[in-house]
Design a protein around this ligand. Sequence first.
Ligand SMILES: NC(=O)c1ccc[n+]([C@@H]2O[C@H](COP(=O)([O-])OP(=O)(O)OC[C@H]3O[C@@H](n4cnc5c(N)ncnc54)[C@H](OP(=O)(O)O)[C@@H]3O)[C@@H](O)[C@H]2O)c1
Length: 338
Amino acid sequence: MLGGPLTPESKMAGLRSFISQFNSQALAIIGALTVGYISLKLLLSVLRGIKLYVLSRPLGLATNLKKLGAWAVITGATDGIGKAYAQQLAEKGINIVLISRTLEKLQNVAQEIETQYKVKTKVIAVDFTKGVEIYEEIEKELKGLEIGTLVNNVGMSYSYPEYFLEIPNVEKFIPDIINCNTLACTMMTKVVLPGMVERRKGAVINISSASGMLPGPLTTLYAATKVYMDFFARALQIEYASKGIIVQSVLPFFVTTKLSRIRHTSLFTPNPTQYVRSALGTVGLEQRTNGCLSHSIQGYINELAPEWLYYLVQGTMFRNVRALHYKKMQREAKKKEQ
Ligand SMILES: NC(=O)c1ccc[n+]([C@@H]2O[C@H](COP(=O)([O-])OP(=O)(O)OC[C@H]3O[C@@H](n4cnc5c(N)ncnc54)[C@H](OP(=O)(O)O)[C@@H]3O)[C@@H](O)[C@H]2O)c1
């Protein structure tokens, strides 16, 4: 064959062998690059996790919020995550404005904070399910305070997972949840941000939810309002970073609070104190965070898993919770009849 004439058949055979070799080499390179990319991403995530959740607190890597201003404002400050932010910011020597609905609860928490942390407090009793009319009064109450930190924490959710049209009292529930979860964070930011921009320093922390990472069937409205909070924070950060403002979007998974109706802590469900201690360690380091190590791992899995699997797991869980709710209602109705 050597030096002999090439027939069309032998040319084709040569070409086929070349293509097949090229294909297997290309596949090997693509495979190696994919494995390398995933390994590098995983390594970077692990290193970031170590920085945020292991080194940040002992080394004081997070932003020193006291340096941003003498006061912090927290909405939904008398329970759960909001109360933990109020306590832990007070622990740093920051004066606290607590805003929630119930005056008596506000006064009790304010008293606790003043006694324990020797800082000043101010309380504002307001219902955030109301519309824009409430913010003029809030603005008056906050006038003259050097506010360095705003925690947009207030939020409401479903009492049980439900289909959109079957939500009890849906005509009232719609404006209530939109006002409480989206209007409140928008208007509170509108009230507080000008002072921060003037002083060229401040932090706005939005407590969104991991429910806002993907659409949430059977908690549709809640998830939709939480996406708003997340996007609002992320875009605002881009607009105001150059003015010295930090805007952080926090997306917790379950925390043991009245809202979640979970009482016992577990590996993946911290209590509000544990959760906020960790989340505060990320301010200034992470613009968007699940807040603590166990929630970040859940967030990572959520992002890697296919969406259909997420909907399957979440849908099954929520339909079961809904069924249990209806069974409970039936039992209670039977008891009343007897
Ligand atoms: N817990 C979780 O698992 C979880 C997970 C993801 C995201 N989140 C988010 O974290 C935030 C805090 O939730 P949480 O679980 O800590 O709730 P929580 O324990 O139920 O506390 C809610 C706080 O908000 C106040 N509040 C409720 N409705 C209000 C209204 N209409 N007007 C004014 N204040 C109101 C409550 O006080 P009053 O009742 O006296 O008004 C209380 O201080 C929410 O935005 C929630 O969506 C929570």
